[in-house]
Design a protein around this ligand. Sequence first.
Ligand code: SAH
Ligand code: F3S
Length: 474
Amino acid sequence: MNRVYIKTYGCQMNERDSEAVAALLRARGYRIVQDEAACDVLLLNTCSVRDAAEQKAIGKAASVAQQRKRNPRFILGILGCMAQNRGAALLDTLPDVDLIVGTQKFHQVPDYLDNLRAAQAAGAPLASSIVDIAEEAGSQNKIKDHILPQDDFGRAGTPLPAAAASGVAALPMVTAFVSIQQGCNMDCAFCIVPKTRGDERSRPMDEIVRECEELADRGVREVTLLGQIVTSYGRRDYAHTDGITPFVQLLERVNAIPGIKRIRFTSPHPRGFKEDLIQAYGRLEKLCEYVHLPLQSGSDRILKAMNRPYSRDRYRQIVDDLRRVRPDMYFSTDIIVGFPGETEEDFAQTRELFEACNYDMAYIFKYSIRTGTPAATMAAQASDEVKEARNQVLLALLAANSDRRNATLLGTTQEVLVEGPDKKGLGYMGRTRGNRIVHFAANERLIGELVPVRIERASTAVLYGQLALAGVAH
Ligand code: SAH
Ligand code: F3S
């Protein structure tokens, strides 16, 4: 009866929010299922960052509402960024949606579902939908519950490998997302996030550290600290100590937790890469040498129009500084092509910097108009053809970079954190510190261990190798 399926769109923050909602629902007696066809409550946790993401969720909601029309017990909810962005107006196009819950109200979902169920039990067809997109002070502190692997809800909502379902002991959770901060005050001209996620709010450092310790006790070895602008963590709540920002203070404390072996974070802002963070890569041994450093554009003119407070030279300086501290640093980035007014010359500058930074990974986006943002009404919007062409240029450069990096890894032995069986169940998978996915033969006992893997083969996206452990049967 109360079988909930949560479908998540968008970024890691959304995945983390979905996981926290799942944990709360489970504690309330709901069952979280992996099979959409088997659910009677479907929750779509949505993304608004580009129009395509919103259209996908709207299309899904419309088709589900259509299919489920004949089931009066079925509940359909829209959560997260699109709920926040569009609110009750969603009901104009999707009148059959029962629940609309914004980004500061995730923790209310169990209560709202209980209310909807109670109304149904009373025999009344659901007369009206519940809409809650209010702001709530302290809501950033509510995203703290994690779900155990045996709860049948893996990270990112993917089904756990067959072992869990077949009654074999549940596999341990090896990696976890930890929300440290919500919202963003940067007002980049293209970005809807300040509207959907609200003002910057940080969680208390002690609580975050405690959460990481608890995760470590449960077998987690790698944490990814999450926020819309993590480098601004705690800037209003904590003082700098000896020139060390609150964000780096937090990294130091997580680094000191014995069970945690690796630390990652996303997303930072280039302006947050001051000397203390650069130096942290030299002295915090658990901080992985992989930095996601959103560039957006390599043209100073466009950066200014985007309201991004750095120049291409400054950005390049950060990359060079980080490579000086960690010569083996991996970089990834976000780029927007076709921002209003972007000329061939501007794009050439982006392309040039993109090549110079030698990214290992990049998320390249075609500019998407977001109503209500300053860029939406700027003159000289680029055509779809121009955006697509520029997108393809950068994608080709990225593939070449990735192949080049992989070629340097062939024949080397990399430290890999074993996460679990791969999706196809053919072997095991894990990641290098540089966030490269590696497939190799292993056994269940190695899950959660850092193992040496000799890299033998590579596709553009994935490495293949062999355990380089003497005497380990696999
Ligand atoms: N700091 C946030 C950024 C969220 S948006 C985070 O990572 O959570 C993620 C990326 O989407 C941005 O870095 C930007 O490259 C891209 N993006 C944001 N708004 C966009 C728009 N209107 N069109 C295209 N891409 C956009
Ligand atoms: Fe968006 Fe810029 Fe903040 S990309 S999330 S407004 S740093």
